[in-house]
Structure formats: C-alpha cells, structure tokens
Design a protein around this ligand. Structure first.
Ligand code: NAD
Ligand code: TYD
Length: 341
C-alpha cells in the first residue's frame, strides 16, 4: 500500500549527524515539495559540512539548539507536521567514560520533544532507536524482533531503552501518533570516524594501525544507511501508529571479518591490526529479524554488504577533507564561519 503523495514539513532532530544528514538528503531529493527543519545542537558529532550542499535550498532550514530546550522545541513543533527524532549521544565507548550527556539528551531531550508534539495537537512522531536495547546474543540465539524483551547493558543502550519506553507511554497515555524503529549498526558516507568502519578506513589511509577490541569475535549486523533511510521513509508514510519496526541489514559479521575485508580492500596486511583491551561489558552479538517490516511494508535491505563497504571505502578516499577536518578538529569552525557565531 502506497500513500498518495502528500506534503510534509518535517522537524528532523540530530540532522547534522551521520544518519540524520543522510536522511535529510534522501528526503529532499525524493520529495520535491517536502520541507525540512533541522534542529541540532552541534555536539562533537554534529557537522554542518555534511549538509553544505543544502545551504541555499529554500526547503531546508537549520536551527542550532538543544532538543532538551522545552520552549524551543515547543515552538518548532508548532511549525511542522511530523517529527523524526535522530538526535542522541550515540557512541557506546563515550557512555562508558561519562554517561551524563546520554541521560540529558537521550532521555530528557526525548521527553521535551514528546511534550512538544503533544502540546501542539499531537504531532506525528517517529523515534529512531537501536537494536542495542535488546541486550546481547550468543551464537545460535534467534535474532532480535519486535517482541524481544528489553535488556540494555551499556549506559548508551539503557538511555535509548528509556527513551523508547517514554515514546510508547505517550502513545498509550495521550494517543500521540508514534512509531519506533530499532535498527542494527549503520555504515556509509558521513559516518563519524570514531566508529569501527570509518575509523579503520581512515586510519589505514593515514598509514596507522587499526585497534581491534578483545579477540575481534563480537558480531554486528551491518545495514547501509541508505537502506535505513528508505525504511524510515516507509514507516513515516505507511507505518501503523503505535507500532515498532526492527530494521536489519542481513549482514552479520565478526569485527575480525570486517577488519580483514577492509585490509583487503585497501591492500594492507594483518600487521596493520593492533589487538587492544576489550570494551567493558562488550555485547557479544546483535542480529535483527526484519520479517515484520518486510511483510507489512515491503522493505528489505538492497545494498549487499560487500558492495556497500567498497562504496564506503571509496567515499572516504574521495573525501579526505571531510574526515581530516574531523580528525584535526577544524570541522567545528565551519559553523562559525557560515553563521558568524
Ligand atoms: P551521530 O552521533 O552521528 O549524530 C547525532 C547528532 O545529534 C549530532 O549531529 C549531534 O550534534 C546531535 N545532538 C546530540 N545531542 C543533541 C541535543 N541535545 N540536541 C540537539 N542535537 C543533538 O548519531 P547517528 O549515528 O547519526 O545516530 C542517529 C540515531 O540513530 C541515534 O538516535 C542513534 O541512537 C540511532 N542509531 C544509530 C545507529 C548507528 O549505527 N549509527 C544504529 C542504531 C541506532
Ligand atoms: P562501534 O562502531 O562503536 O558500534 P557499536 O558499539 O554501537 O556496535 O563498534 C562496533 C564493534 O566494533 C563493537 O563490537 C566494538 C568494535 N570496535 C573495535 O573493535 N575497535 C574500535 O576501535 C571500535 C570503535 C569498535
């Protein structure tokens, strides 16, 4: 079932980050009349260079601000019809070092947005979450699905689980028209080089080693960001209100497999691997059963991991300025130059 084309004005939160910026590009390209307001506070993970090409696009507006600013989000929610909520502190290792911002953004910030959606006549609200809320699988365990009980094990995943519960509570209590998606590990262009795939690719381009945690046998299910954006598009147009959708890449790989694949693509040998101390509480395996979204909305991943990884490596090779500006810190000056603050 496809909706007749309708006009949408979207408030995208966290649109200067990895998935949010890919989503804004995707939506503005696919729907020639849609408008997007991007609310982002520009933490270390927010990078306006991801959206450089949209600066003069009349259908796009950037607002620098915090999702936990109740007055600001209340005002912005009044200007749109749909909220697509990506903004989060998203890196597990940072949540182990200091989790305060994870509570403030992922929990309090989500609450502020829910209140804003409710206070403006129950705006349509889509919440982006993660498979990490379901905990950790062992080899042979069935993959996570929409009925898997929550069992978060890092401060990051606990804060995301908390936000999911809040979102669902606003559906049951206030009738807020919500949907939630829990997806597996994304990869692709504009991925901040602190996550395994972009970190390893850029380290190798720089002639550095790649730090593999523990024995390298932890498993993640890799989803190309473009396939993810298409799934969100389908959910915001055709998803069942109140429902959750699990989105996976059908590409379970150990970190060692990923590392060897990247080394091979880049013509490097295993002497470039440095085995380092394991992450505290390191979840062993994530895997997603995406049969619900496949059956109900006709979505499935279309980008094979090997192709997606090759394209991603090429993107980092073709865009050295983008990631060197991050690695040397100068990307944070870009906003000041553009907006004069
Ligand atoms: P990211 O870290 O690349 O980007 C997060 C963005 O949110 C940044 O632009 C940052 O500036 C912004 N932000 C942070 N705190 C904010 C605040 N208080 N107010 C306004 N903006 C704020 O994250 P990502 O990888 O693009 O992830 C987006 C969403 O998808 C997150 O909710 C994350 O939990 C979820 N997710 C990500 C993955 C993945 O593999 N990257 C997998 C599953 C789910
Ligand atoms: P990451 O990209 O941080 O995503 P997540 O923790 O959300 O799954 O990590 C993916 C896997 O890669 C995870 O098992 C930890 C491992 N990893 C390394 O081995 N070395 C690294 O430098 C990083 C960042 C991650």
């Amino acid at each position: 079932m496809l909706h007749a084309t309708c006009y949408m004005k979207l408030l995208v939160t966290g649109g200067a980050g990895f998935i949010g910026s890919n989503f804004i590009h995707y939506i503005l390209k696919k729907y020639p009349d849609y408008e997007v307001v991007n609310l982002d506070v520009l933490t270390y993970a927010g990078n306006l260079e991801n959206l450089k090409d949209l600066e003069n696009n009349s259908r796009y507006r950037f607002v620098k601000g915090d999702i936990a600013d109740y007055a600001l989000v209340n005002k912005l929610a009044g200007e749109v019809d749909t909220i697509v909520h990506f903004a989060a502190e998203s890196h597990v290792d940072r949540s182990i070092l200091d989790s305060k911002a994870f509570i403030e953004t992922n929990i309090v910030g989500t609450h502020a947005l829910l209140e804003a959606a409710r206070g403006n006549g129950n705006k349509r609200f889509h919440h982006i979450s993660t498979d990490e809320v379901f905990g950790s699988l062992e080899t042979g365990d069935p993959a996570f699905n929409e009925k898997t009980p929550y069992d978060p094990r890092s401060p990051y995943s606990a804060s995301k689980a908390s936000s999911d519960h809040l979102v669902r509570s606003y559906f049951h209590t206030f009738g807020l028209p919500i949907t939630i998606s829990n997806c597996s590990n994304n990869y692709g262009p504009y991925h901040f080089p602190e996550k395994i795939i972009p970190l390893f690719i850029t380290n190798l381009i720089e002639g550095k080693k790649v730090p593999l945690y523990g024995n390298g046998m932890n498993v993640r299910d890799w989803l190309h960001v473009e396939d993810h954006c298409r799934a969100i598009d389908m959910i915001i147009h055709n998803g069942v209100i109140g429902d959750t959708y699990c989105i996976g890449g059908n590409a379970e790989k150990t970190n060692k497999e990923i590392t060897y694949k990247i080394l091979e693509l880049m013509g490097k040998g295993e002497e470039s691997i440095e085995f380092v101390a394991d992450r505290k509480g390191h979840d062993q395996r994530y895997a997603i059963d995406f049969s619900k979204i496949k059956q109900e909305l006709g979505w499935e991943p279309t980008i094979a991991f090997e192709d997606g990884l090759q394209q991603t490596m090429q993107w980092y090779q073709d865009n050295p300025e983008w990631w060197t500006n991050i690695k040397n810190g100068s990307y944070q000056e870009y906003y000041k130059k553009q907006y004069g603050e």
